[in-house]
Design a protein around this ligand. Structure first.
Ligand SMILES: Cc1ncc(COP(=O)(O)O)c(C=O)c1O
Length: 398
């Protein structure tokens, strides 16, 4: 969905000709500091004090977020049953246990089920803004405050989206973003972590940079340096992302304009129901989400000529019932590093089953997404809307 072209080529050219592709370049003559600048610009855009650009995508950003929060063995983290598997695997990567909760009709984490799933071991919640649709942050943050829990927003599919006028990723204790090929802006692969918490930022910074101890910033750290890994962004990523960032609000306004047209023109069509949305204004507009009474109706609608619809229940590893490595507890390369075998996790809730979140499976099977292309012309939008009008007649007859 991202747009890319000559401007990125121009900025990349400068980076390549500078001869400096490594992000660390304090005092290096001719270094362009693209990643440093991107981090400042991304922090400002999202509205947080800190941003860390990370190689290794949204997955690495989520892991760094949990490391920053100090999550580990003995901790439970609540994740929705509808999300890319990484929202749950990141929890296992830090040695903790994911507890899978239902999504509601908005397709995001159901606050009531979050309440039901809280235990004395719960430390954090990961609300996911799936397909650019904001989670119910008011309710989730309220629960978090009541139970003293940390909130890591998974904004991988919602770069630049907002909730009540404030950007996603600035509401929780941290927000993780993805810039992979399928996202609203992209550098091929990559991610970012945003936060206002200095300690969380420093822990993520150290973890993502195995050489942290030797960097100039080490003398400014307020925490002891510990051993990290190598997830540093490159100047190539930084240069592309700085241009992508300038394109972001234009893409979002085109997506939102098209989605609003779909919703306005389809809202009066008998038999068609637009899925409830926690914030239609802040929704990125990646998809139009329509809901039906049955899976048969949804499938008939999605497959009708010209609709180009798809059911989230068919989206593979975005549905918890297809997370075989987690359901079967096959995690890590060595049994002693498998969090399910960790002594501190033995009393935690790991009783997963493919039917543990029936409401999630039901809503995902009754929902149809029509993916929006921000570059559609008005005529193309009209054709898609006309196809949807026609398709609903067939769907309701099922
Ligand atoms: C909701 C969600 N979380 C996390 C990720 C992981 O991001 P990445 O592929 O950049 O590691 C994705 C990627 O598709 C995602 O959709």
């Amino acid at each position: 969905m991202y747009r890319i072209g000559e401007e990125e080529v121009e900025e990349l050219r400068k980076v390549i000709l500078s001869g400096h592709l490594f992000r660390v370049g304090d005092g290096v003559v001719g270094h362009l500091h693209e990643v440093d600048q991107f981090e400042r610009e991304w922090a400002q855009l999202i509205g947080t004090q800190y941003a860390l650009c990370i190689n290794g995508g949204g997955t690495a950003a989520l892991i760094c977020g949990l490391v920053g929060m100090g999550i580990g063995p003995g901790d439970e983290v609540i994740v929705p049953g509808y999300t890319w598997m990484a929202s749950a695997t990141c929890v296992l990567a830090v040695g903790a246990i994911p507890v899978i909760a239902e999504v509601d009709e908005t397709l995001s984490l159901d606050p009531e089920d979050v309440r039901r799933k809280i235990s004395p071991s719960t430390r954090a919640i990961i609300p996911v803004h799936m397909v650019g649709r904001p989670a119910d942050l008011d309710a989730i943050l309220q629960i978090a405050r009541e139970h003293d829990l940390l909130v890591l927003e998974d904004c991988a599919q919602a770069d630049g989206g907002s909730y009540r006028g404030k950007r996603l990723g600035s509401w929780g204790h941290a927000g993780a973003f993805s810039f992979n090929h399928f996202k609203i802006i992209s550098c091929g692969e990559g991610g970012a972590l945003n936060t206002n918490d200095r300690t969380l930022y420093e822990r993520a910074l150290v973890y993502h940079d195995g050489g942290a101890a030797f960097r100039p910033y080490a003398k400014e750290l307020t925490i002891p340096v510990f051993l990290g890994f190598q997830m540093r962004a490159t100047e190539v990523m930084g240069a592309i992302l700085r241009v992508q960032l300038r394109r972001l609000d234009g893409i979002l306004s085109d997506l939102r304009r098209i989605r609003q047209r779909f919703e306005q023109e389809l809202s009066e069509v008998p038999g068609l129901r637009v899925a409830p949305n926690n914030d239609p204004e802040g929704d990125c507009g990646v998809v139009v989400a329509l809901q039906f009474d049955s899976e048969a109706q949804a499938r008939t609608f999605a497959q009708a000529p010209g609709v180009g619809g798809w059911l989230p229940i068919d989206s593979g590893k975005h549905v918890y019932s297809n997370w075989e490595p987690i359901l079967q507890k096959r995690v890590m390369h060595h049994p002693d590093m498998n969090p399910f075998n960790h002594p501190r996790n033995q009393h935690l809730r790991t009783d997963y089953s493919p039917d543990m979140c029936p409401r999630t499976l039901d809503v995902l099977a009754r929902t149809v997404f029509v993916s929006i292309n921000p570059d559609w012309t008005d005529e193309q939008v009209s054709e898609h809307i006309a196809a949807c009008r026609q398709a609903v007649k067939e769907a309701v007859a099922v």
